[in-house]
Design a protein around this ligand. Structure first.
Ligand code: MF3
Ligand code: CO
Length: 255
C-alpha cells in the first residue's frame, strides 16, 4: 500500500535526509588511500549519533537477507554494486567507492548514496559515475505530480542504455517514510506513461546502479550481502530520497 505524506511529515523526513547527507559528506571527506571502509563506517556512525539520529541499516533484516546487516553504511568498492559490508582492507588509489547510508530522525527515514573515486578516477570510471548521477537526476526531474512511475523508470533506463552500461536487474528504488523500504517499487528501467500515478505526498528513494560491463546480471558474495558484477567490471550507485510536492520533486537528502 502506498502511503502519502503530509507536508509537515515531509518536513520531518527532510531532517532525517539532512543527517544522511551530512554523514555521506563526512565519509567522502575522510576517504583516502590507506583508509579502510570500516573506518569510514565509523565516521558515518559518529555523525548520525552526534545528530541524535538512529542508523537505519544497522541490524536491518530485509526478506532477501539471512543475517542482520552489520554496519551503519554499505560501502561497495569497484566490482561491488551495492550492499557491500565495510571491511578492513585499506582503499587504494583509483578505487571506485559507493557509500549508501540511511538514518531515522523522529521516526522518519532518509536513504541516500554517492559514488566517488579515491584520488583520480580512471576515465571509464568517471564516465560511469557521470552517467549514473545524471540518470538519478533525470529520474528526479520526471517525478512531477501527474506523471507515472514509468516516466521515472524510463528516464533512468534511457541514460543507462544510451551509455551502453548495464543495470542491476530486479533492484531499484522504493517508497520510504516511517520504514526504509515501503511501497511502491521504483524500477530503474520501464515504459513511460505506465504504472502508478505520482501524486503530491509520495516519498520515494530513487537509486540507479550502473556497471561498465553492460550486463544486467549479478552475483551474491559469500558474505550474504555484497552484490557484485559477474564480469568483474566496476559499478556506480547514486541515490536520493525525494518527495513529490505540488511544486515538483523535492530532494530530501541534499546537504
Ligand atoms: N539503499 C539501500 C537499499 O535500498 C539500503 C540497503 S540497507 C541494508 O537497498 F541494510 F539493507 F543494506
Ligand atoms: Co535505498
Amino acid at each position: 500500500m502506498v502511503e502519502l505524506k503530509t507536508p509537515s511529515q515531509i518536513t520531518a523526513m527532510r531532517e532525517a535526509g539532512r543527517v544522511v547527507a551530512q554523514a555521506l559528506a563526512a565519509v567522502r571527506a575522510h576517504a583516502a588511500v590507506g583508509v579502510s571502509p570500516r573506518e569510514l563506517d565509523d565516521v558515518a556512525g559518529k555523525v548520525i549519533a552526534d545528530a541524535g539520529a538512529t542508523p537505519a541499516f544497522l541490524n536491518y533484516l530485509p526478506g532477501f537477507a539471512k543475517t542482520p546487516y552489520p554496519a551503519v553504511t554499505c560501502i561497495s568498492v569497484n566490482d561491488a554494486i551495492v550492499h557491500g559490508i565495510p571491511g578492513e582492507d585499506p582503499l587504494a588509489e583509483g578505487d571506485l567507492v559507493s557509500v549508501d547510508c540511511g538514518a531515522f530522525v523522529d521516526g522518519w527515514c532518509g536513504d541516500s548514496a554517492v559514488t566517488f573515486a579515491v584520488g583520480e578516477p580512471a576515465p571509464a570510471d568517471a564516465a560511469l559515475m557521470e552517467a549514473t548521477e545524471r540518470a538519478l537526476h533525470a529520474g528526479i526531474a520526471a517525478a512531477v505530480p501527474g506523471a507515472k512511475m514509468g516516466d521515472v523508470s524510463a528516464a533512468i533506463g534511457e541514460v543507462c542504455r544510451a551509455g551502453r552500461f548495464g543495470l542491476l536487474a530486479g533492484y531499484g528504488g522504493h517508497g520510504i517514510g516511517r520504514r526504509m523500504h515501503e511501497d511502491p517499487h521504483v524500477p530503474n528501467e520501464g515504459r513511460a506513461g505506465r504504472g502508478l500515478r505520482l501524486r503530491p505526498g509520495l516519498a520515494i528513494a530513487i537509486e540507479p546502479m550502473f556497471n561498465i560491463g553492460g550486463r544486467d546480471d549479478s552475483r551474491l558474495d559469500a558474505d550474504g550481502w555484497t552484490i557484485r558484477t559477474v564480469d568483474g567490471t566496476r559499478a556506480a550507485h547514486f541515490e536520493h530520497t525525494i518527495a513529490i510536492t505540488e511544486d515538483g520533486p523535492r530532494i530530501l537528502t541534499a546537504l
